[in-house]
Design a protein around this ligand. Sequence first.
Ligand code: MRU
Length: 350
Amino acid sequence: MFKTIEWTNEGVRMIDQTRLPAEEVYVTCKDAAEVANAIKRMVIRGAPAIGVAAAMGAALAVSRSSAPDMERLRQDFEAGAQCISQTRPTAVNLFWAIQRMRAEFDRSMAADGSDEDRIRRAKERLVAEARQVLEEDIAANRAIGRHGAALLGSSATVLTHCNAGALATGGYGTALGVIRAAVGAGKKLRVFADETRPFLQGARLTAWELASDGVPVTLITDSMAGHFMKQGALDAAIVGADRIAANGDVANKIGTYSVAVLARENRVPFYVAAPLSTVDLSLASGDQIPIEERSPEEVTHLAGVSIAPGNVEARHPAFDVTPHRYVTAIITERGVARAPYTESLRALTQ
Ligand code: MRU
């Protein structure tokens, strides 16, 4: 299977998600600025994958530095962290990963020894920490998969929105991790994938990932989801998340809110699968989650071809917030949280 992202001697290697499904090509980022650019351009995307990329970008900022002393090494770390922090605001995993790398740097800074020794150790430790972030993410997704698979029947058709698969994480996936685990446990699953306008993560990435794995997948346009729910064709909806507030409000790909409301109307359970690195207990509710506004051109154009009059105004909020009352359960690596989320999420993070 492809590797979404990995640390290599040449730099941070990632599959270029802007080229899928037509071409499976890889890019190697050699410094933090290149990683930041890859996140911004969505060469790598999906909250946990962005977190891994941010950690590896911070590791590059230190490991490739020629700073002669720890103070200047810290400046190089902070410059890299700053550059990466300015790419995409919604997925909290990016900021979580930078903070984790900063804590590792602080430990190296506080260690005994000459500057030369501390610089060498800081470089080793930051690279090791970034690789650890990747490994832990994959392990978390496998655990999410196990917890989530138990919620599905022995035969089920599941709707998903956007791509919360191996491509969106270190590997295995969150929402698609649940589906992989269920299939692995012998359940008969079919996935309905929303195409996910305007960036088409569902059509380009989810359909590609599932088809490559041999999981039956049916591609639909976003506006068809309600129709299929009303027909009784869908047993559950499972999505990922970019940031979950303390009260269980969920920021995820634009269109997720509509899926959740339709699911409630049609009595379809609506599950969110996400690692605890996506939970932001510092925000009381989803109203405080920053929503990225992307270029309107992604709405007015499809694959570079204009689909609207040249002078029309367009908007492109890349995420929306689903109020917690629509969320049946949040599946994490430590177990399944249910309402009241303020209590259940806090308990899982302790
Ligand atoms: O804009 P994207 O493609 O980065 O948005 C991705 C999503 O919204 C995913 O559903 C979310 O990050 C969870 S990925 C496990």
